[in-house]
Write a protein that binds this ligand. Sequence first.
Ligand code: AMP
Ligand code: ZN
Length: 471
Amino acid sequence: MALRFYNTLSRKKETFRPLKKGIVKMYNCGPTVYDFAHIGNFRAYVFADLLRRYLEYKGFRVKQVMNITDVGHMSIDDDADSRGEDKIEASARKQHKTPLEISHFYTKAFIEDAKSMNLMKPMKMPKATKHIKEMTALVQKLIKKGHAYVVNGSVYYDVGSFKKYGRLSGNSIEQLRAGARLEVNPEKKNPLDFALWISNPKHVMQWDSPWGRGYPGWHIECSAMSMKYLGDTIDIHTGGEDNIFPHHECEIAQSEGATGKPFVRYWLHIRHLMVNGQKMSKSKGNFYTLRDLLAKGYNPKAIRYLLLSAHYRTRLNFTEDGVKKAEGLIRRFGEFMENMRTGKDNAKSLRAIKKVNKEFEAAMDDDLNMPRALASIFEFMRNLNKSGGGPKAYQTMIAFDSVLGLGLSDIEAWKVAKDAEPEIRKLIKKREELRKTNKWSEADKIRAALTKKGIVIEDTEKGPRWRKVKK
Ligand code: AMP
Ligand code: ZN
């Protein structure tokens, strides 16, 4: 079956064919580095990572770019022309730091968090402040083409000049005008016009431009960086559903206004991570950072699992209980891997491998239907735990894991006595002998000693098995 994605622009599933055979150009809207990213943000990045991994599984080479926004993203950003204070500068003011110190610190934190979520490194992670020249050049092009105008050192996009404005979000200009809470800005021709370049002496970060000193608007950054690293037309652009309007709508107007070519061929948007029915967000205060959860001792693999386990086009309600359940599933993966590593392939398991491979690919090809793909994997695991399986089943899971990114080969799983270091092995053996002669209290003493060393023991029909736990 062919790979299909739901394209926000056409509102239907379309067969995916990249512009250039075998190569996929993908841009992901990245973090604004004014604070630690919350796990809602990470739902967007884990999805981008999953998408890349699956494309690679299918044999494509993926050129992935994820930007770092370090200027121009304002605190009130749900209207096209955002208002308020620059998020980086507001954070700098509160923490008595410079904007550069803030963006450096949180960029580093983001990269650390991305590692604990096992995100693959993008080909490029460009910073907005390092691309001011590209942005001003793009703005100049838009002025020349009649899509933008200069007033008092600021430059605005003339929304009325771009016929397709509103198409991505399914709005007409009239609807947008009626729905927007617009500030009166006498500089603008049309209240919906949005700033590409802003002159404001109060802004801390400023650069020279053909229109005087100023700073770029948030939307122009992504257009400029996407086109610089990936060309005028790219295959895939991702972001959270809140990015559809205004951010991505404005990116289309800017990029296509400047080049006259299609900007993005497939727009993929992730539905929000929710908390009690509300979007997880900084402003609502209902967020968890990844660090909060890791500090509570939760397994990062379980957090990644939880974020990717729901379909990306359904909202996912976050609870700590959900993470705990995911931890249980990670253990189940670990036990299965151990069973297969030490087991033997048989006719039944070989048939099951064929079946699960087919089902996994069919589910993922259908707009990355992760719940269906996971259901097939769990059925496979249940069956082989019963009827046995070996290294071939293990390798099948490793191949799936190149997509899931859960590190299935290094889960602390149950092991048998012979896998233990000599001292532990001796204790396990001694406990067995004591149990055989009904010396239960002495056997329990050994169990307690092992627990102290961070080893838990479970007795099964085939004998005792053990695993390490955090002390
Ligand atoms: P920001 O740092 O605010 O620019 O957001 C970074 C990315 O996270 C964007 O693609 C947002 O759409 C996405 N995002 C923000 N909140 C959530 C959420 N609760 N669930 C999923 N994605 C989100
Ligand atoms: Zn963006």
